[in-house]
Design a protein. Structure first.
Length: 196
């Protein structure tokens, strides 16, 4: 497997309890995915095949997590990934289990182009109708309207959910005003979190 020095740095910066866990997970990923490569995605080490995510690992203050893309998102005791919160070497699944899960994700990548494709897609969310008060404010700001219309449907939905979820009229009015300002500046609803 092609290694990435950023993964070495990530492991070195992890808490002392986490380093052997991360090193073990990395070794198993290397043995299960010899034709893969390492990378950093969403700030955490990932193991890739043809540039597609197969598995990833992360370290937190009190636990580690291992994610095999295409498996469940949360373990029974919480935490990120199907393996839950890994606090010691004893919490790790067997090498055989991990290798099998990684191999299954690699097959999904080879077959479908993604480790998560091939699963049933969730039903699309119902469309949120444009609120009259927001529509009126958009018409008053041609730049905001143009930006809103150019947004991807998911980004338009974020604005509409934010506005329609307001419980009080004052909150809704404040959110509409803020939305108009952000849109006029070319910003998506969650622009603060981009690039994190």
């Amino acid at each position: 497997m092609k290694t990435d020095p950023r993964v070495d740095a990530y492991i070195a910066k992890a808490a002392p309890f986490a380093r052997p866990i991360l090193a073990r997970l990395r070794a198993v990923a290397h043995s299960a995915l010899p034709e893969g490569e390492e990378g950093i995605k969403w700030g955490m080490p990932h193991f890739l095949l043809a540039g597609k995510n197969v598995a990833g690992m992360s370290a937190f203050k009190a636990h580690c997590a291992f994610i095999v893309h295409g498996e469940g998102r949360q373990g029974s005791e919480g935490g990120m990934g199907a393996y839950g919160k890994i606090t010691s070497m004893g919490d790790l699944p067997t090498e055989t289990e991990l290798r099998a899960a990684i191999a299954a994700a690699a097959r999904r990548v080879e077959t479908h182009g993604s480790a998560t494709k091939g699963r049933a897609r969730p039903a699309p969310k119902p469309e949120i109708p444009m609120p009259d008060d927001f529509a009126a404010r958009l018409v008053d700001s041609p730049r905001a309207l143009a930006i809103f219309d150019a947004l991807a449907p998911s980004h338009r939905r974020e604005y509409l959910e934010w506005i329609t979820d307001a419980k009080r009229a004052e909150t809704r009015a404040r959110r509409i005003q803020q939305a108009i300002e952000w849109l006029a500046e070319g910003k998506k609803r969650n622009w603060k979190y981009e690039g994190c």
